[in-house]
Design a protein around this ligand. Sequence first.
Ligand SMILES: [Zn+2]
Length: 87
Amino acid sequence: MTERIRGRRGVELRKRRLAAEPLCRLCRADGVVRAAEVIDHIVPLAKGGKDIDENCRALCHEHHAEVTAKQFGRRVRQRISPDGWPA
Ligand SMILES: [Zn+2]
């Protein structure tokens, strides 16, 4: 799993990406102009996506919730061993 860039550097990165792409990409694909609020990773970091601009797109909250549900909706439940750690 790729480490997400956190802290002040992460905030700056998000701001820069939103400034570079201020409108929701999926709304724009439907011909709708709507401000983006979330930077989404096209390939989720949890699935090995990289935290680079090329793997990012700007989305509104609704589209972000929608794609996240699609990406993780059928996630296989992780097995937890008796000591509480992933098996
Ligand atoms: Zn949208």
